[in-house]
Design a protein around this ligand. Structure first.
Ligand code: B12
Length: 208
């Protein structure tokens, strides 16, 4: 059933994907596994894009479909979040980069895990991150970036946080397709996360 969902999302069969997600929930499937399926489906979509089988329109549609499936799952996970009540997290895609599918999955998972998530969106300037950390008294910052140029934006964002005197108050994790531990070192972040689930586990570790 989960395989059928992955297939339906990656084939852009909107009605079938939503019906499958509803059926899985009704059958008592773990909502987290449905979210994992969204990630797997997007990996497939990414590969098809790179192989020249999919174009921009398909990528946008797939992103939208993942959002719709996430919206279905969210209420099911809300209950768990209420019990948790963790700290405040600021997240965003760095300046010059507009990729948001992965970042949205991370924000969604943090939200349903009880964090107070402040998602600043995409193409976020360093000063905006600084302001948000201050305003929301965030203990954790998540920086997303998929482009090579995002590495420099991550670095300048972290430098701006240092210049504002906030660096010792916030732990910083980075993620996004092209990032790595080497990028973490280059940018001056505390951790690199391979996927959204690693990010959530680490955030929980940091605040607990
Ligand atoms: C979808 C996509 C797009 C869509 C984005 C739609 C959207 N709403 O986001 C569109 C079509 C708009 C797009 C545009 C562009 N793209 Co594009 N795009 C992709 C593609 C195919 C998939 C990305 C994706 O969504 N993956 C699925 C998600 C789920 O994965 P993810 O983002 O990595 O996130 C996961 C983890 O990394 C992690 N994660 C992500 N962020 C964070 C943050 C934290 C804190 C944590 C803990 C974890 C975490 O969690 C997620 C889930 O596990 C990739 C290729 C690829 N396979 O990655 C190219 C790719 C990233 N794009 C690329 C390029 C070049 C561009 C453009 C410059 C193209 C152009 N010439 O205009 C523009 C960029 C414009 C800009 N200024 O940003 C290149 C980047 C190359 C590079 N080294 O710089 C790639 C690699 C394609 C390629 N092989 O050439 N793109």
């Amino acid at each position: 059933m989960l395989d059928t969902l992955v297939q339906a999302i990656s084939d852009m069969k909107e009605e079938q994907a939503l019906a499958e997600a509803r059926a899985l929930l009704a059958a008592g499937e773990d909502p987290m596994r449905i979210v994992e399926s969204c990630s797997s489906a997007m990996e497939l979509v990414g590969r098809r894009f790179e192989a020249g089988e999919y174009f921009l329109a398909e990528l946008m549609m797939a992103g939208d479909l993942v959002r719709q499936v996430s919206d279905l799952v969210k209420p099911e996970l809300r209950g768990r979040a209420e019990a948790a009540k963790r700290g405040s997290i600021v997240i965003g895609t760095v300046k010059g980069d507009i990729h948001n599918i992965g970042k949205d999955i991370v924000a969604f998972l943090l939200d349903v895990n009880g964090f107070d998530v402040h998602d600043l969106g995409v193409d976020v300037a360093p000063a905006t991150f600084v302001e948000a950390i201050r305003e929301h008294e965030a203990g954790v910052l998540g920086l997303s970036g998929l482009l090579t140029v995002a590495f420099d934006s991550m670095k300048s964002t972290i430098r701006a946080i240092e210049d504002a005197g906030l660096r010792d108050r916030v732990r910083i994790m980075i993620g996004g397709g092209q990032t790595s531990d080497a990028v973490r070192q280059y940018a001056g972040a505390d951790a690199y996360c391979r996927d959204a689930f690693a990010g959530v586990s680490l955030a929980r570790e940091w605040v607990d």
